[in-house]
Design a binder for this molecule. Structure first.
Ligand code: ZN
Length: 534
């Protein structure tokens, strides 16, 4: 024992540390892949290279049963929940857009009317994380280090950048489909830094779209996907059929179209590599944070659906982009000096028309028609007034003026909606505020219900149903295909392994907090993932 202690003491003296010193990684890299179901990791696994997704799985930790623990599953709430470690019921970002009963208007999750565009179109610049009611792990890192840490957040989508970067971000940049440039807002700075300006000047969009999009591998090797020509896929760029190759050079609006190709992810990877050098990320003993959110998987996924060769090819190409990113991190920050987590902001449903054609319950659902039906029903029952000021949001003032009970009206709406084809169940706001639902679907809906921001009635569709149209698909409900996503950890301090235990998306932020030996976001409800730790 004595010999051992002496040896340890000697070791610590040799490497210049006191025995009780806490060590931290040089950089955290948070990766979100928009719309990535856990299934994609497994279905495409044998086609991935060794140094992209497989490097994280084989050398890191994989939660095989990681889930969103609330409904509605979409990009804004997804990024907010990953970074705050809590659900929309606490952080307040309940959807990408929603009708706010408090503001009496529609709200966008990353909107901020007090700021303006920097480096891009005016209408794309009213963006900040101010709708978040809770702190993010990036905010906490800045607080913990007296702002000596650097936080950079990058995405094609503004919400994929603003929400992860948090309020103290040193630079949250997103892609402007109007100009084809990366931009930010006056919330962060008054002018783009030279490295972002020169990145924009290099015209990467033109570079990527000058060649046709063909499959990375010979197309007959895509046996994990359905036929290339399918009636359940949308047609890109005015083509007659959704088939390879895609002539990108002739697309009418290239700056916008690149988002719906795998090359939106490639251009973002180029920007991430540029940021490593320009911002000196991970170059000293104070932990920095790089948040990267790949959006093109979502655009491609919405157009073509989970069984399309286009989607598989987008993931095979993202795998190559990840390989480029990890190689750059190894070279610039050092292998073993950084920690990575990779997850998704939500999953996605199968194309509901295909499932319906195959005999399943799934339905292509129109929320607009449901809303019209509820409006008519309320008129018939309560008189000719505009009872709802937004979708499923009662005009509280009118209801009170006419002497009605809002709770009773909520119940009337819910009873009607429960009978509506394609609906699994409707929950009233009064039920969600007076009961504590601890399991099942009701628990997920309650976790997605915010007392100020949410509607009077919340609707969950039947399993398999979605509102994305008959071609392509969508997401947003609480069933497994929407909630089951990859949760991977790799690198500094991470023990290799996997778990089939149910792990929640809100567990990511507290896990990062524990790895960094720092504070948790202020409203965190998740728990650290024990299996990640050495
Ligand atoms: Zn989406």
């Amino acid at each position: 024992m004595k010999v051992r202690l002496t040896f340890l003491a000697l070791l610590f003296v040799t490497i210049g540390l006191k025995s009780q010193d806490i060590e931290r990684p040089k950089l955290v890299v948070g990766i979100v892949v928009d719309q990535m179901k856990q299934e994609y990791l497994l279905r495409y696994y044998n086609k991935f290279g060794d140094n992209g997704f497989r490097r994280l799985v084989e050398q890191g930790f994989m939660a095989r049963n990681g889930h969103y623990n609330y409904a509605t599953t979409s990009t804004g709430p997804g990024h907010a929940s990953i970074y705050t470690g809590t659900t929309p019921s606490y952080h307040g970002v309940i959807n990408n857009s929603w009708y706010s009963p408090v503001l009496h208007r529609s709200v966008y999750c990353a909107e901020d009317t007090t700021v303006t565009a920097v480096g891009g179109s005016a209408n794309a610049g009213k963006i900040s994380p101010m709708n978040l009611h809770a702190t993010t792990m990036t905010d906490e890192l800045k607080l913990f280090t007296e702002k000596r840490s650097k936080v950079i957040a990058l995405s094609i989508k503004d919400r994929g950048s603003a929400l992860p970067g948090g309020r103290y971000s040193d630079g949250s940049y997103w892609y402007d489909s109007g100009t084809g440039h990366f931009m930010t807002s006056t919330f962060y700075m008054d002018a783009l830094p030279p490295w972002v300006a020169s990145f924009n000047a290099a015209n990467h969009v033109e570079k990527y779209l000058s060649k046709p999009w063909n499959t990375l591998l010979p197309i007959d090797q895509y046996v994990e996907s359905g036929p290339d020509d399918s009636p359940y896929e949308a047609k890109l760029g005015g083509k007659d059929a959704p088939v390879f190759p895609y002539d990108l050079a002739s697309l009418p609006n290239k700056n916008s179209a690149i988002r719906s190709t795998p090359f939106g992810n490639s251009i973002l990877t180029d920007l991430a590599l540029a940021s490593l050098d320009a911002e000196n990320l991970g170059q000293d003993d104070i932990t920095d944070f790089l948040a990267v959110s790949f959006s093109s998987t979502d655009y491609v996924g919405h157009s073509f659906g989970p069984h399309a060769i286009e989607v598989q090819d987008t993931y095979l190409r993202l795998d190559k982009d990840l390989e480029r990113l990890f190689a750059a991190l190894d070279a610039k920050v050092g292998k073993g000096e950084y920690v990575v987590f990779l997850t998704a902001d939500h999953g996605v449903a199968d194309n509901s028309k295909r499932m319906n054609d195959d005999g399943f319950l799934a339905k292509n659902f129109s929320y607009r028609r449901l809303n019209t039906a509820v409006t008519e029903m309320l008129k018939e029952k309560y008189g000719d007034e505009k009872w709802m000021e937004g979708s499923m949001v009662l005009d509280r003032k009118l209801v009170a003026e006419k002497g009605h009970d809002r709770v009773a009206m909520q119940r009337t709406i819910a009873d009607f909606v429960n009978q509506y084809p394609g609906v699994y169940k409707a929950y009233t706001a009064s039920d969600l505020t007076t009961h504590e639902y601890t399991k099942g679907n009701a628990n997920l809906v309650q976790n997605g219900y915010h007392i100020d921001q949410s509607a009077d009635v919340l609707v969950v569709l039947d399993p398999g149903s979605q509102g994305g149209g008959s071609r392509g698909t969508s997401h947003g409900n609480s069933w497994n295909y929407d909630t089951h996503v990859p949760i991977l950890f790799y690198g500094w301090g991470v023990k290799q392994g996997s778990s089939v235990r149910h792990i929640a998306i809100t567990d990511i932020a507290p896990t990062v907090s524990m790895l960094l030996n720092m504070r948790m976001p202020n409203a965190t409800t998740g728990q650290p993932i024990q299996e990640v730790f050495k």
